[in-house]
Write a protein that binds this ligand. Structure first.
Ligand code: ARG
Length: 463
């Protein structure tokens, strides 16, 4: 690349000096924006149809252009596209190559009225639309895998936690549904973002609009857009869709991270609720007995990296004057990295959740009678005592059991209960059953079997 001549560049006409080789490296984006080759070729394919419609190309020229574009598409697909000095980005590389295939005379007409500014903005939207469609698909699979477990393992009970302290008994399926609910919301949000970004900037030129009265709506329709962006200045410089996607990725990874953190805790020997399959664990180079949940730790760790992409790009955007400025090229690396990271994270999560084994005995064994203290208070509520009072009375039972060094509140005799409060009856013993406690939570969203099944049904319907 040393001492590259400026006339080799597509914009080189007015330049006489050479480009500093480091400047070429600093400036180029082909190394990472070649991912968008398909979008860029589609862009040119339909843009030139618009040029034909505006009388700026003949039928013969158009068919030559289309032939050339398909040759280039095959080269990229076969990994045989040869990059040349002066190729700055995917747009200049494709245009240069088109000239080699069909001759510069016709190829030189493709860019009539188009700028790389509206071109790149369009390519990005096409690329993102496809990437989001793929994420929707694999996220739907992840939710499906979670819900399937939720259905088949509905009988497993375990402690539910607040402050990471044992709180109340819940179904394992209820915990699974917690994340299925988050992910269904993520899916809905993803669809909204896709809908919002699906408008076309093409035909806005560098900034001011198109001088040949091109039919933008026609081209937009051909490219699968729902419409056109209404202001050319905004069209070429809007990257809010990139920010929205990066935010989506960050929030999604936040959910994935919390999901992973729970499973890491549940997989420790101290908990032993779940056991990861070998496919998603690794060993220690020193301690032969170790089996580490690396998959989950990476899912948790990568959430930071994705959020870094969001905050980094927002900083790049914040003081850019209108309209296009080269800073905007900095949208690609964080976006592409976040998209790949999220894609892999969804696939790994799906693998982890579909292959782990649960230990129902360990889950049940972690339930302790103090977790029914609220149920004890509820027992008196059913006898007409105000909750604030019953809360206090139940607390007294807990402290009494502790004082007497009993293993739990179920060990106090009925007589001792009557001493604490005369309104306790013989049936107080019925409170001390975890299944009964869980089955009382029948209201929508609760952990009773019927309520959990209702959640599964509703989540499935939202897919
Ligand atoms: N590679 C550039 C980008 O990604 C394409 C647009 C270049 N436009 C320009 N006026 N230099 O932003």
């Amino acid at each position: 690349m040393a001492g590259e001549k400026s006339e080799q560049k597509l914009w080189g006409g007015r330049f006489t000096g050479e480009t500093d080789p480091l400047m070429h490296l600093y400036n180029e984006s082909l190394s990472y924006d070649q991912k968008m080759y398909d979008a860029d070729l589609d862009n040119s394919k339909y843009y030139t149809e618009g040029l034909l419609k505006a009388g700026l190309l003949t039928e013969e020229e158009l068919s030559e252009i289309h032939r050339g574009l398909e040759v280039i598409r095959c080269e990229w697909a076969a990994d045989s596209f040869v990059e040349k000095d002066g190729d700055e980005d995917i747009h200049t590389a494709n245009e240069r190559r088109l000239g080699e295939i069909i001759g510069r005379h016709i190829a030189g007409k493709v860019h009539t009225g188009r700028s790389r500014n509206d071109q790149v903005a369009t390519d990005m939207r096409i690329y993102c639309r496809k990437a989001l469609t793929n994420l929707e698909k694999i996220l739907t699979n992840l939710i499906g895998a979670i819900l399937q477990r939720s259905e088949t393992e509905i009988d497993a009970l375990m402690p539910g936690y607040t402050h990471l302290q044992r709180a109340q008994p819940i179904r394992w399926s209820h915990w699974l549904n917690l994340y299925a609910t988050y992910f269904v919301e993520d899916l809905k949000r993803l669809k909204q973002i896709k809908e919002r970004l699906n408008v076309s900037p093409l035909g806005c030129g560098a900034l001011a609009g198109h001088p040949y009265g091109i039919d933008r709506e026609y081209i937009a329709g051909k490219l699968g857009f729902d419409g056109c962006i209404g202001n050319s200045l905004q069209a070429v410089s809007d990257r809010d869709f990139v920010v929205e996607i990066l935010f989506w990725c960050s929030l999604f990874m936040n959910h994935i991270s919390r999901f992973s953190e729970d499973l890491i805790i549940y997989s420790t020997a101290e908990f032993g609720f779940v056991k990861l399959s070998d496919a998603y664990s690794t060993g220690s180079s020193l301690m032969p007995q170790k089996k580490n949940p690396d998959s989950l730790e990476l899912l948790r760790g990568k959430s930071g990296r994705v959020f870094g992409s969001l905050s980094g790009f927002m900083m790049s955007l914040k003081s850019i004057p209108s309209t296009y400025n080269k800073d905007m090229q900095e949208d690609k690396e964080p976006l592409f990295d976040a998209l790949v990271t999220v894609e892999h994270s969804i696939l790994i999560s799906t693998g982890v959740i579909s292959t782990l084994a649960i230990n129902k005995q360990k889950m049940f064994g972690a339930l302790t009678m103090d977790m029914l203290a609220t149920d004890l208070a509820d027992y008196l509520v059913r006898k007409g005592v105000p909750f604030r009072e019953t809360h206090h009375i139940s607390g007294e039972a807990v402290s009494q059991a502790e004082k007497l060094k009993l293993s739990g509140i179920d060990q106090l005799t009925v007589a001792q209960y009557k001493e604490i409060d005369a309104r306790f009856g013989e049936d107080v013993v019925d409170v001390f059953d975890f299944e009964v406690s869980v089955e009382r939570r029948t209201a929508t969203g609760g952990t009773a079997k019927c309520a959990v099944l209702k959640q599964i049904k509703s989540l499935k319907e939202q897919l």
